[in-house]
Structures are given as C-alpha cells and as structure tokens.
Design a protein around this ligand. Structure first.
Ligand SMILES: NC(=O)C1=CN([C@@H]2O[C@H](COP(=O)(O)OP(=O)(O)OC[C@H]3O[C@@H](n4cnc5c(N)ncnc54)[C@H](OP(=O)(O)O)[C@@H]3O)[C@@H](O)[C@H]2O)C=CC1
Ligand SMILES: O=C(O)[C@@H]1CCC=N1
Length: 276
C-alpha cells in the first residue's frame, strides 16, 4: 500500500524503519518528505527504492495512507500545504496527541485517524494507541489496523483518554529508562559492580518482567507479592520506595496533563474548532 510520511524525525523514521523491518511495506511503497531534506535523504540511502518527495503536497498525491509525524505547532503550516490535495479515499493519520480528530476533519476532506506510537514499536513491540474519526470507512479502519499490527499491538482508545494512555505507553519507556539509569548508577557507586554487567542484568530483568506481565499471568501487584517474601530483602527496598515516592506518580500525571492542556490550547489557537 502506498504510504506517505510527512516528517522523518524521531518518530517518522522509527515508523518507516519498523514497517520496513517487519516487511509490512516495501521501500517502493514509501514516500517521505522532511523539512530538513538531509534526514529524509539518509533514509533513502539506507533503503534503496524509498522515494523522497519534493514537497508535502507530493507525499499526499502519491499515498493512500499519510502519516503526519510532526510536532503540534507544525500542524498549521503542513495542513495549509496539503488541504487542497487530499481526497476522501485517503486516510491521514496524525501521531500527535494534542491535535484533535475533529480539528483535522474540519480542515481535510479525507478519512482521519490518530495513532500514537511508542518507541517500543521500533523492535515491533508495545502498543499503538488508535482513534478513528467519523469519516473512516470500515475498510479504511481494517487496512490501517492490519498495517499497524505488523509493528506492535494496535489498541483502540477514547480520544479523551489520549494523554493518560500515551503517558503509559509512549512516555513510559522514558520513565522506566530513567528508573533504570539511576538503579544502575547507584549500584555502581554503592558496590563497585561493573556498569556493563549491571546494565545487562537490568535489561534482562526488564525483558523478563515484561514477559511475566504479558505471558506469565502476573499483574504488577501479584508479581510484587511473589518476589517480596515476608521478612525478606525486597520488602526492605519496597518500604523505602513507599516512603520516598509516595504521591510522585499522582504528581507525574498532573504535570503531564497540565503540559498537555497548554499544548491543546496553543493548537486550538491556530486550527479551526471541531464541528459541534
Ligand atoms: N518521541 C516519541 O517517543 C513520541 C512522539 N510522539 C509525537 O510525535 C510527534 C513527532 O515527534 P518526534 O518525531 O519525536 O519529533 P521530531 O522533531 O524528531 O520530528 C519532527 C519532524 O518533522 C519535521 N518537520 C517539521 N515541520 C515540517 C514541515 N513543515 N514539513 C515536513 N517536515 C516537517 C522536522 O524536520 P526538521 O528536521 O527540519 O526539524 C522533524 O524531522 C510529536 O507530536 C510527538 O509528541 C508520539 C509518540 C511518541
Ligand atoms: O515527550 C513527548 O512529548 C512525546 C509524546 C509521547 C512521547 N513523547
């Protein structure tokens, strides 16, 4: 299926590489444009056959599905460039949480979906959060879900839950990576274990923990209980965490939601209001 990418930064290039690695798409089926051309050209060099367009308009004219892989404040300019060239058979997919389906439906005459990826899709795992606009046909929905299933698990969510879902699925890898960075650094500082060995142990621990939660029938709570034997060592560590972290997680969601509300307001000042 001819698939276009507007923006080949971190997420645009990640999606392109994941679709190619999974063999969901051939390079010849991909057309991309990036504001700074060198980034897109690097992809074309790595994947012969991948087409670099000369403009965003050209991406739209060449593609059945178009992924908008740009940041919130870049939408107005891109939408102005493509709005006269979309048609109702196409699906435009935004990967940007504060841009609403309804805003895109007001501006573009095509089918609109929102899909929030996660860096975990790079290794063909993790979730892809999916939302569909009112004009998406049953066939369009199936085509998109089939494509996405090659690089992760598509999970349909309500648009009003975009932020919290994305905090868990898309910001989560960074939050866990931060935890591991500190876990490893402290292990080295406190005990002299070699950093490489501590990092390898930590990565294997994370993979194993993920499998227990996805395949082993555990929940976070039952897993914690199973490992933390009464009177044991894990319980000592957990007691410290309970004391030090307390309401940190609640604060985390408050902070991400406050930033999201700011972004939503900024986007709303640039784009038309969704129809009531
Ligand atoms: N990073 C992540 O883990 C996740 C990110 N997202 C969302 O994805 C979106 C993109 O994020 P990310 O990929 O990290 O950001 P990047 O800044 O890495 O990528 C954005 C790309 O868009 C390009 N661009 C900007 N304006 C235009 C334009 N007018 N025409 C064509 N290309 C343009 C930029 O080009 P240039 O090279 O000139 O800067 C850049 O390469 C954001 O909304 C983010 O919230 C969603 C889920 C996870
Ligand atoms: O940090 C960000 O804004 C993006 C959104 C989800 C993950 N990264």
């Amino acid at each position: 299926m001819n698939t276009g990418f507007i923006g080949t930064g971190s997420m645009g290039s990640m999606l392109i590489e994941a679709f190619l690695r999974s063999e969901a798409l051939l390079p010849q089926e991909i057309t991309a444009f990036n504001r700074t051309s060198a980034k897109a050209e690097q992809l074309a060099q790595r994947y012969p056959g991948l087409r670099i367009a000369r403009s965003n308009k050209e991406v739209v004219l060449e593609s059945e599905i178009v992924f908008l892989c740009i940041k919130p404040m870049e939408y107005k300019k891109v939408l102005d460039e493509i709005r006269d060239f979309t048609d109702p058979s196409q699906i435009v997919v935004s990967i940007t949480s504060p841009v609403m389906l309804g805003q895109l439906e007001q501006l573009l005459n095509c089918q609109i979906a929102k899909v929030i990826p996660s860096i975990t899709n790079f290794t063909l795992g993790g979730a892809l959060l999916c939302m569909f606009g009112e004009r998406v046909s049953a066939a369009g929905r199936d085509d998109l879900l089939t494509l996405l299933a090659n690089i992760g698990q598509p999970i349909e969510i309500e648009e009003k839950l975009t932020r919290v879902s994305s905090d868990i699925s898309s910001c989560g890898p960074a939050f866990l990576a931060y935890f591991l960075e500190h876990f490893i650094r402290a292990s080295v500082e406190e005990t002299g274990i070699n950093e490489q060995q501590a990092s390898a142990l930590a990565a294997q621990m994370l993979v194993g923990t993920g499998k227990l939660l996805t395949e082993g029938g555990f929940t976070p709570e039952t897993l914690r209980q199973r490992v933390s034997v009464p009177g044991g060592i894990t319980a000592e560590g957990l007691r410290l965490m309970e004391k030090e972290l307390k309401d940190m997680f609640n604060q985390l969601f408050r902070i991400t939601h406050a930033k999201y509300d700011e972004d939503v307001a900024k986007v709303a000042s640039l784009l038309p209001r969704p129809a009531e």
